[in-house]
Ligand binder design. Structure first.
Ligand code: PMP
Length: 437
């Protein structure tokens, strides 16, 4: 045996707890997004605050070291502290950070995006993914003269989307009623929504792919049904852009939307997002209000130019895919050798793998996932179920991860067999950011 199936030693979390309790007295909830909150990890077991990152590693405020698979929720595509990007951002900042008039670097980045993203003929910039999904929705409403939106996926924190979720406190009912969900790979759910709201739908906005692959013809069908009904098709490529492919899922699947939203990995962590699309729709922005003091911010624009060039020059997306497939294959092998195929699997792709755990009824089990996460975080892996890799994850990091996964899955197997998963848990079970409604 090259391991013993005992729980890993608890981490020292003294500073984490003290600094986080200070944070919660000053910052409601202690973080700037629910996705970074302690409830996303096994609270009581996992660090609550990080101090710094380098490459694919992070250190918490107690100096515990982790291989990171969160990568700042996706943006750090090359890794933390990449010199080339830091230098590019500094050059952009030296120009003045924010210009008093439009700056040529904005057009330079727009030209690059137009050359890389199939549907891009014109470009506007924002700061967060939510800025550009919301701008796309407003633009589609202005273009069609209609109010209702069909959506499939997560699209940010603004009223028009979050009103359609379980976390809709503060969103007026009148706004909630304007957004209707349809389901991925379920073309009937889209058709039914169009039938029910005939002539009222301004846009279909969707993540073109998530952890489930599109069935043959699904994206093409969505596009033709959307257009037959006079609506605008928007791809939310905030995750897929600059990760699945530089030009996003539309370039991978060869299905062009009318508008597309990019963000996250575009500038290796610098805050920038982009809405791109066809000239006839984008030109309506001459009249539609989409405006931000920081939206042409030059450190981020310069970082985006350098990031896109580095992704190509270094072959980063191919590297990430290779590393992710190595991880996925290793996970599959562990699941077979430990006879756990009824308990867990790794779904998704090399560019975005996700581990999932199931209870004895085949339903997703956050309890079992929590035990797994307890055992991996104590052994030096910081991850949520959906794993973001970066250009700095090397084969040795993946092999180390698989070694830790083997120890954690062995414990999971024993606990599931003995039907005592919660007895093993030293902290709180994870809670989803948004519950299925
Ligand atoms: N769309 C998708 C698909 C996302 O994953 C996210 C963020 N997780 C957003 C939009 C919103 O982006 P942001 O948090 O940068 O506003």
């Amino acid at each position: 045996m090259d391991f013993v199936s005992t729980k890993a030693k608890p981490l020292n979390l003294v500073n984490s707890e003290e600094l986080y309790s200070k944070a919660t007295s000053l910052i409601p909830g202690g973080t700037q997004t629910f996705s970074k909150a302690p409830a996303q990890h096994v609270d009581g077991v996992s660090p609550r605050m990080l101090q710094r990152g380098e490459g694919c590693k992070v250190w918490d405020v107690d100096d515990n070291e982790f291989i990171d698979y969160m990568m700042g929720l996706g943006p750090n595509i090359l890794g933390y502290g990449d010199e080339e990007i830091l230098n590019a951002a500094y050059e952009g900042a030296k120009v003045g950070v924010i210009s008093s008039l439009a700056h040529p670097l904005e057009s330079e980045l727009a030209e690059v995006l137009i050359s890389k993203i199939p549907c891009a003929e014109m470009v506007r910039f924002g700061k967060n993914g939510s800025d550009v999904t919301t701008a796309a929705v407003r633009l589609a409403r202005a273009y069609t003269g209609r109010d209702k939106i069909l959506c499939c996926g997560y699209h940010g924190w603004h009223d028009w989307f979050i009103g359609s979720t379980s976390r809709n406190l503060g969103v007026p009912k009148a706004v909630q009623d304007l957004t209707i969900k349809f389901f991925y790979n379920d073309i009937d759910s889209l058709l039914n929504a169009f039938n029910e709201h005939r002539g009222e739908i301004a846009a279909v906005i969707m993540e073109p792919v998530n952890f489930i692959e599109p069935e043959d013809g699904f994206l093409e069908n969505v596009k033709s049904i959307t257009h037959e009904n006079g609506a605008v098709l928007i791809f939310d490529e905030v995750i897929t852009g600059f990760r699945m492919a530089i030009g996003g899922a539309q370039s991978y699947y060869n299905v062009m939307p009318d508008l597309a939203c990019f963000g996250k990995a575009m500038a290796n962590g610098y805050p920038i997002s982009a809405l791109v699309g066809s000239t006839n729709i984008m030109s309506v922005f001459e009249e539609v209000f989409f405006s931000g003091t920081f939206s042409g911010e030059l450190a981020s624009i310069s970082a985006a130019l350098a990031t896109i060039s580095a992704l190509e020059k270094r072959g980063t997306l191919e590297h990430i895919d290779r590393m992710g497939l190595h991880l996925k294959k290793g996970y599959d092998d562990l699941v077979s050798s430990l006879d756990l195929s009824h308990v867990t699997e790794m779904i998704g792709y090399g560019w975005w793998p996700e581990y999932v755990f199931y209870d004895e009824h085949g339903k997703v089990s956050l309890e079992i996932q929590s035990l797994f996460q307890q055992e991996i975080v104590r052994r030096g892996i910081l991850s949520r179920a959906g794993m973001f890799l970066c250009g700095s994850h090397q084969k040795a990091d993946i092999d180390e991860t698989l070694k830790i996964f083997k120890e954690a899955l062995t414990i999971v197997g024993e606990a599931v067999k003995a039907n005592n998963v919660l007895d093993w848990l030293d902290g709180e079970v994870l809670t989803p950011v948004i519950r299925a409604k």
